[in-house]
Design a protein around this ligand. Sequence first.
Ligand code: SF4
Length: 386
Amino acid sequence: MTQSNPPTPPKRLVDRDVHGHTPRGPWAEVAEAQWSDWRWQQRNRLTSLTDFEGLISLTDGERAAFEACSDRFRVAVTPYYATLMSPDDPSCPIRRQALPQPEELEPHPEDRLDPLGEEAYMPVPGLTHRYPDRALLYVTHHCPVYCRHCTRKRKVSDPSSTLAKRQLDTAIGYLRDHPEVRDVLISGGDPLTLSDDRLAAIVAALTEIPHIEVLRLCTRNPVTLPSRLTDDLLDKLAPYQPLLIHTHFNHPAECTPEAARCLRRLADRGFSVANQMVLLRGINDDAERVREVNHWLLRQRCRPYYLFQADLAEGVSHFRTPIETGVEIIRALRGHTSGMAVPHFVVDAPGGGGKIPLVPEYVTGRDDDHLIFENYAGDTYRYPLR
Ligand code: SF4
């Protein structure tokens, strides 16, 4: 009888990112089995001022903003994500993404409740169908952590806006009746707040629609709750390919060993993973931060896909940078690092105009026969027009 050898583990060029654990701070005594159980993390989320008072030194502004904002857009932070917060620095990028800031209360004249016009293109509840061949399905409005820069503040975190089972069936029926739709984004909220079976059932129902070619699952769990990507869940989802994963890392502080292991688990199971970073003032509005995150992502086999200009959502104007900042970040990356580490910088046009890519200007002129342009280093080149 021949004995089969165990499979050889993949050889890695870089292993350093996956070793170790993020220090647990006040949760140091929590048993590993609990800490790495995503349900425990969900149950023990920090949601009140008292929860945070025991963890970090809140400023008066943060305290006031918490009291004024938390009933408009809920506050919830997993213990895991909370361990990434600096206890003493109010400008900490994790604090600013997860805790209400005083500026949230200052409206901007261009703010919109629904900045991308998603409700206007909603043929049935819970489904936006704006582009002919793509549709966006909102399967839940809950998330493990509520990001203060969320575009869908109008309904995310609001339990009353969650889609009922009957409405979800209607939305899936709509997709069945529209053969032009070939690509469906499963979003929310965060779809991974659903149970494994519920999520797998939705994915299975969509997979049965013959004209749907690609599914995309949009989740920030690899950032805020990486333990949610369990082997059980991946076993249930892995048969449904192509099921692409879109995630949302914004800052090097989020690039932990736990997150690296999560992304590698996804890649090892055959999922193609891409990152959609949002450009946020004071958090990642410089090329060095973006480069550091994107190099880390590539090492975990996650493609840096988009860098989004922050939308005109209500209460997020303090996060917005001038558009030129994003263009300059792309200029600082293009040619100076691997092309794969350079995302598309896009503005999602207000009101539903779609994504508009913005690129630095490299063409400096033309003559009768040639286009004249500059390369990344500022050197001039000519290329024949035909
Ligand atoms: S995870 Fe996504 S949907 Fe949820 S609050 Fe953050 S940005 Fe909004």
